[in-house]
Design a protein around this ligand. Structure first.
Ligand code: SPV
Ligand code: MN
Length: 645
């Protein structure tokens, strides 16, 4: 379909014209690399954006070590990364106001007549394309454009989605090399194939930052526009990975859209192997909003990791199979230390290639982040420039040594516990799915849903997370975040919930669904669990998946019995788990649970267009169970009131 003049101009170019553009703009070697992929649609796409963005130079990267090395070196040469004391480790800064995903300027471009509901950020497609093409015009003057090919999901698999990334950021191109499976050979193999995802990114004009690095200058022109119809995403005037790394959260939006049409799922989930008795390994998925412990869970001691952020789920032979869309980690570094996250700590010290972003660089080119082992340095250089303790920003706010969203990027091969099935084309069989957010007072630490439908509705679709106020551990606002996927939904929430319900509806043995809560507090705001308790909840979920342990039936779901947890705490952590702690943690909090149902009912009635009606029925049934229990036992009910089953 032709939507406006720019489209009209480029859509009708002949293959010959396209090749001529490429021949003139690319060096002989790069032209040859590109033409070896026999894909006219790909050539047309690249020619269009080379012409529009007008880079000084184009580099086409194959999967060869030499090409990858070229990009690594370009990142240093261009001032996007600086080498640190440890060989292969580099630092990248994003601009002071470019430290996170820009939700306000991330928009779906919608053809006339399509609507996504009030919660999703969207604009008219023609208008959006016009605006973004204006921003892109000549934006790469003076820059080199990198053309990169990758695959989402394992290669040679039903899950594979080939992608092409155009970017003038060697940091983005380098990051993708650590995070995604190579795709040049796959594109060559596929030939004239049209269903690939396309990403166009430019960091735009740059300005100096600390250590001689350069950061995006025109933040007011920062845009992330998602064209679902053409499966193309545009990103401009930003460097932060969540806005720029095409295959990460940008591709996730396209993949959710595709999955919805084709009957599979794209989820914001970790994938991990949990060891059960007698050498058994069972796979669990976990959905958590950002900064709620997803990466830490995926990387607990004693278990294996398949992925920490994005999973694709497909039904195969009556089972649910999952893969990691990625093969590396772009993880939050704050509070990573040798005690709390020993596996990540070790990998950060052993990996032969890491990009650190927005941490403090100390004298002698070491790095420091908040919560790292050791003393806070007195000075250094960070995303704010030269830094000393107590430094304030323009608003008078104290600047911490590292940004709270500072990250590390490495290939998962740096990890000692990477699962052997990471790249298996059939993925792993899913035994259970856990949903969790920051919740100070409602959910128990772990609970199984009564069924797929009950789990999707009262756990996944009811997920909320509290924003953490900086002051004294006080609890902030609860934000609604269905399946932790709200920021990435390209389809109306109601439709997405329905897709989830349908996915498990006809399976003979769907994965069990759980909620977990690592953030439960007592009335003095102290956490009721330490960080390692999650290892026990994982073990309990694994046993439940094989019906090897019983559970207690409460109005909201099935919870562990004390004796089982006591044993698992001892076996897993060597700790004595007291009945007092158990009762505190697993008390059913009726008023808070009822308030949650009221909140969610209201949200689904007012903020979600066309919610599946079953949602209200399941909420109402849960409300009645809670009211009945309250009549009998009061507001706060210890597990012993309920029966084992
Ligand atoms: C998240 O915020 O969920 C992340 C990092 O995984 S980002 O790439 O910014 O999305
Ligand atoms: Mn994420």
């Amino acid at each position: 379909m032709v939507h406006y003049e720019y489209d009209a101009k480029v859509k009708f170019r002949t293959d010959e014209k396209v090749r001529n553009i490429l021949k003139t703009r690319l060096g002989q070697g790069d032209y040859q690399k590109l033409i070896r992929v026999n894909n006219p649609k790909l050539h047309q796409f690249i020619a269009n954006y080379v012409e529009l963005c007008n880079p000084d130079k184009v580099f086409v990267s194959t999967d060869s070590p030499a090409d990858i090395q070229y990009i690594r070196q370009a990142a240093i040469r261009n001032g996007e990364e600086v080498e640190l004391a440890v060989k292969g480790h580099t630092i990248h800064f994003d601009g002071y106001y470019d430290q996170a995903r820009d939700k306000e300027h991330t928009k779906f471009l919608l053809p006339k007549g399509v609507a996504l509901g009030p919660e999703l950020n969207a604009m008219d497609r023609d208008e959006g394309l016009k605006e973004i093409h204006q921003i892109l015009k000549n934006i790469m003057r003076g820059h080199e454009l990198y053309v990169r090919f990758f695959c989402l999901g394992p290669v040679n698999s039903e899950f594979t989605i080939p992608c092409v990334q155009l970017t003038d950021s060697s940091y983005v191109a380098h990051s993708e090399d650590l995070l995604y499976r190579p795709g040049y050979e796959e594109f060559k193999r596929l030939g004239d194939y049209e269903r690939f995802f396309k990403f166009v990114h430019s960091q735009g004009e740059l300005q100096p930052a600390g250590l001689g690095l350069r950061v995006s200058k025109n933040i007011s022109q920062r845009r992330i526009y998602i064209d679902l119809e053409d499966e193309t995403i545009y990103s401009t005037n930003t460097q932060y990975g969540g806005n720029t790394i095409g295959l990460k959260k940008l591709a996730m939006r396209l993949a959710i859209n595709r999955a919805s049409k084709e009957g599979w799922l794209t989820e914001h989930m970790l994938v991990m192997g949990v060891h059960g008795p007698k050498g058994r390994l069972s796979y669990l998925l976990g959905a958590f909003p950002s900064m709620c412990g997803k990466t830490s869970t995926a990387l607990v001691e004693g278990e294996t990791i398949v992925g920490d952020d994005i999973a694709y789920l497909r039904e195969k032979g009556g089972e649910v199979r999952a893969v990691n869309a990625e093969k590396g980690i772009f993880g939050i570094i704050q509070d990573v230390n040798s005690q709390d996250d020993p596996i990540i700590w070790k990998a950060i010290h052993n990996a032969d290639e890491i990009i650190f972003s927005n941490v403090l660089v100390t004298e002698g080119k070491g790095v420091y982040w908040i919560g790292k082992d050791g003393e806070v340095p007195k000075k250094g250089v960070n995303h704010s420039g030269e830094w000393i303790r107590g430094k304030k920003d323009a608003d008078g706010k104290e600047i911490p040594p590292s940004h709270k969203n500072a990250r590390f990027t490495f290939d998962m091969k740096a990890l000692e516990n990477v699962d052997p099935r990471l790249n298996h084309p059939d993925g792993v069989v899913v035994s259970g799915i856990a949903y969790g957010g920051r919740d100070s007072d409602t959910w128990v630490p772990v609970e199984e849903a009564f069924s797929w439908q009950h789990g999707i509705i009262t756990k996944g679709a009811s997920l909320e997370s509290e924003t953490t106020a900086a002051t004294l551990g006080k609890v902030g606002v609860r934000t609604f975040n269905p399946m932790s996927n709200l920021d990435f939904l390209p389809i109306p929430i109601g439709k997405y919930v329905e897709d989830n319900l349908n996915f498990g509806a006809d399976l003979p043995n769907p994965p069990l669904i759980f909620s977990v809560n690592y953030f439960l507090r007592d009335s003095d705001a102290n956490f009721l669990n330490d960080k390692h308790a999650k290892r026990v909840w994982l073990k309990w979920m694994e046993l439940r998946a094989h019906k090897e342990v019983d559970a207690i039936e409460t109005p909201t779901g099935l919870i562990p019995g004390y004796k089982d947890l006591k044993r698992l705490f001892k076996e897993t952590l060597g700790e004595d788990y007291s009945e007092k702690d158990y009762n505190k943690q697993f008390t059913i909090r009726v008023p808070e649970n009822l308030a949650k149902i009221d909140r969610l009912t209201k949200i689904y009635k007012t903020r979600v267009s066309n919610p599946p009606q079953i949602v209200f029925k399941v909420f109402e049934e849960q409300r009645q169970r809670l009211i009945k229990a309250r009549e009998k036992y009061g507001d706060y009910i210890k597990p012993m009131a309920f029966v084992h089953r």
